[in-house]
Design a protein around this ligand. Structure first.
Ligand code: ADP
Length: 242
């Protein structure tokens, strides 16, 4: 049998439940989840971020746009501690994030292609990651896999997954531990039409739960449908355009 389409391999999104505690109990209006000020990042002589600043409200979806190479990924990497920055300050829920020294807990990330062990199933891969933190057990991990439309009982190795299925698994990994700040770099890459619709629905559900999402995307449609605010990066500068 040939390779099935992503749609037929995925379970389908009958209804979305992430199985996570919701953050809905409190009113997030006015709370700031992420703020950064004067953030500067240079690679040699290249200034990728030139003193950028923003305050991103909690419980909202914030779009990050800009052409290829404008610094979207670098900014997300700085926010989650994957890249050092040269100047500036980052606060996550008011707590200072210091690269390689202190990173506040509860940050979920999908940046570039998610790396999984190809010889293991999706569940086994995510259980391996979950055990590193020991915050959640199999039940929560299974629910996260279901929420992205994959079958947690499937024994299919991740090496046999389509790009879209791998992307879905990466998204599950980002929120399965109840992370309330999600930094998603082009999370729709590799998804087919159904996958796009499913993930849009899921992101809105995650927002309903009170989580804050930063979504870097080149798709103006995704940005238009999903985002409450939009910032554009260009030549190292960032401007709020919505
Ligand atoms: P975007 O995500 O908006 O497409 P990136 O954030 O990936 O852009 O890249 C912004 C700029 O930073 C690019 O010019 C890229 O070449 C440069 N860059 C990113 N990572 C590195 C690195 N590790 N070393 C040197 N330059 C880098």
């Amino acid at each position: 049998m040939g390779v099935n389409s992503e749609q037929t391999q995925c379970e389908g999104m009958r209804s979305v439940t992430t199985g996570q505690k919701t953050f809905n109990g409190s009113d997030h209006s006015g709370e700031i989840a992420i703020s950064f000020e004067g953030l500067t990042k240079r690679y040699g002589d290249t200034v990728v971020l030139d003193g950028v600043s923003a305050s991103l409200g909690a419980g909202k979806i914030h779009g990050l746009v800009g052409r290829n190479g404008s610094g979207k990924t670098v900014l997300l990497k700085c926010l989650c501690g994957l890249a050092r920055y040269n100047e500036g300050r980052i606060l996550l829920r008011g707590e200072e994030a210091v690269p390689y020294k202190h990173l506040p807990a509860g940050i979920g990330v999908i940046i570039e292609t998610p790396g999984f062990s190809p010889q293991y199933s999706g569940l086994r891969n995510l259980m391996y990651l979950a055990r590193l933190q020991n915050r959640v057990g199999k039940e929560e991990v299974r629910k996260a896999i279901e929420a992205v439309g994959l079958d947690p009982g499937s024994r299919k190795h991740v090496g046999k997954y389509s790009l879209g299925m791998r992307q879905r698994l990466g998204i599950a990994q980002a929120f399965m531990e109840g992370q309330d700040i999600l930094l998603l770099d082009e999370p729709m890459n590799g998804l087919d039409k159904q996958g796009l619709a499913d993930m849009r629905q899921l992101f809105l559900q995650l927002k309903e739960e009170g989580r804050t999402i930063v979504l870097a995307s080149h798709s103006s449609e995704d940005i238009g449908i999903l985002c409450d605010t939009v910032h554009e990066l260009e030549h190292g500068r960032m401007e709020r355009i919505r």
